[in-house]
Ligand binder design. Structure first.
Ligand SMILES: [Zn+2]
Length: 209
């Protein structure tokens, strides 16, 4: 257990950063999963966020994937999903077996990160990316907003959407108050002092001292 001990953030394996070796572009990142838990999720974590408390009970698999991905004309550098095979029962068997070989179980959430981006990102940018993906790893809510649980008492997990999906041009032309979703809250949060500043991240990630 790593508890609250700050330590350097895990780096992607060198084999994924070399263009020549892409026969095996996916590598499970057990060290990154431990670091994520120790940094954001566990009690006493240096960048602890109580909004992730349900993840204490979640099985999380983390993978580096060196295949470049783009969506909506933007490059994707991180992704959170609930593993779900598409296709018939044989396709599901192959899919689940791969995950079990990597993680010992089919995890509740699968996080994928781009190793090229991670290798170049600052600690602050990488922490923001990881927490962005953690925010997607949600717990379902009932009609009254209360968290949902399964019959066995464990959290009912689900993928949480973004709080804001709006165009910069709409905010520029009409203002944040009529923006979609929680645009106004988003702008307000951006104008406040941030909870996590650069020195705090440097301490946690260990690369600056
Ligand atoms: Zn997202």
């Amino acid at each position: 257990m790593f508890g609250t001990i700050p330590r350097p953030r895990p780096r992607p394996p060198a084999s994924l950063l070399e263009i020549a070796d892409l026969d095996k572009p996916c590598v499970p990142a057990h060290d990154l999963e431990e670091w994520i838990r120790a940094t954001f999720v566990e009690d006493g974590a240096a960048l602890y966020n109580e909004e992730h408390i349900h993840l204490l009970e979640a099985r999380i698999g983390v993978v580096w994937c060196a295949v470049p991905l783009a969506r909506h004309m933007l490059s994707v550098v991180g992704q959170a999903e609930i593993p779900m095979a598409r296709g018939n029962r044989w396709a599901k068997a192959r899919h689940d077996q791969q995950l079990v070989e990597w993680f010992g179980v089919v995890p509740d959430f699968l996080l994928t990160f781009d190793p090229m981006y991670a290798a170049a990102a600052s600690d602050r940018a990488f922490c923001a990316l990881v927490e962005h993906e953690l925010y997607h790893c949600g717990q379902e809510r009932d009609a009254y907003g209360a968290p949902k649980f399964k019959m066995d008492g464990s959290p009912k997990f689900g993928i949480r959407g973004h709080d804001v999906e709006e165009f910069v041009g709409i905010v520029r032309r009409y203002g944040a108050s009529v923006g979609a979703g929680r645009t106004a809250d988003f702008v307000e949060a951006a104008l406040l002092a941030h909870d996590i500043d650069e020195p705090a991240i440097a301490r946690v990630c260990g690369t600056c001292g």
